[in-house]
Design a protein around this ligand. Structure first.
Ligand SMILES: Nc1nc2c(c(=O)[nH]1)N[C@H]1C(S)=C(S)[C@@H](COP(=O)(O)O)O[C@H]1N2
Ligand SMILES: [Mo]
Length: 257
């Protein structure tokens, strides 16, 4: 039985109160300011809420304050700021290592996302299957090292939820992304599991346009633009350092924004 919006709002509120009680001082203020989303609860508890509507069970797991909860709450990695719809930039820039005339044109019906490396299930994913996973939206600022930034809205599947679906080894060090245009980049597992890291299918509530990475990109608002791969074809979980297109030419691999 799927959860209604009312159920999920109540669940998020309860989880938030429960967690706030456990925290003090700066951690508490930061937590209350950041708030919690349904995807955040799912990520912290390891429960797929759409298929497991047992609220009590979920809350028990939240209150256990498992390692992941603690890592998220007490790490110095803050959430990236989120913005209002009125702050969205109407003319969002395109950027790639080539011009707009060379944007890869991918047929969504033929698209397959390959999954490789330290995962239990390497079955490729069709676009429609990605759309059936739980979706979230966030409005964040994309910051490019070339000197521009812009606010946009991206929607998709919290990446941690996807990693759990494929049975990824969450203790592995890196996740590598290989794109349709010879671009590639990689992130550490902790960034992959960050609650704002999104396997992205939409931009400003529209199907992700080709120039912004159709059919799928990774949006990481805690990282600079070049760590946000577009047109992803392969996701690989690995312990071997994968580098990246710009990183291998001297850009900082961590690339925090
Ligand atoms: N596949 C792919 N992804 C990419 C790039 C690219 O050239 N190819 N450029 C990166 C850089 S430097 C930036 S700033 C952003 C630009 O994303 P946008 O076109 O949605 O603004 O994409 C990043 N991801
Ligand atoms: Mo960039």
């Amino acid at each position: 039985m799927p959860m209604t919006t009312k159920d999920s709002d109540a669940l998020v509120k309860e989880a938030q109160q429960l967690l706030a009680k456990k925290l003090q001082g700066d951690a508490r203020r930061r937590f209350l300011r950041q708030g919690l989303t349904l995807g955040g609860v799912a990520l912290l508890t390891g429960c797929d809420l759409s298929s497991n509507p047992n609220v009590e069970n979920v809350l028990n797991r939240v209150s256990a304050l498992n390692d992941r909860v603690q890592h998220w709450l007490f790490s110095d990695r803050r959430l990236a700021p989120e913005y209002s719809a009125a702050q969205i930039d109407p003319d969002f820039p395109f950027n790639a290592f080539y011009g707009e005339e060379d944007i890869p044109l991918i047929d969504g019906a033929d698209y397959r996302l390959a999954v490789a490396g330290l995962v239990q299930n390497t079955r490729p994913w069709q676009l429609a299957e990605l759309h059936r996973l739980p979706q979230e939206h966030q409005i964040t600022r994309h910051i490019c090292v070339e000197g521009w930034s812009a606010i946009g809205q991206w929607g998709g599947v919290p990446f941690g939820v996807f990693l759990k679906h494929i049975g990824a080894d969450l203790s592995a060090k890196y996740v590598k992304f290989t794109c349709a245009d010879d671009y590639y980049t990689s992130i550490d597992m902790s960034t992959a599991l960050h609650p704002q890291t999104l396997l992205t299918l939409s931009w400003n509530r529209q199907v992700l346009p080709p120039k912004y990475g159709y059919p799928m990109k990774l949006r990481i608002p805690t990282k600079l633009g070049y760590k946000n791969p577009k047109h992803i074809q392969v996701i690989e979980v690995t312990n071997r350092f994968p580098g990246g297109y710009w990183e291998d030419q001297g850009y900082n691999w961590f690339g925090g924004s």
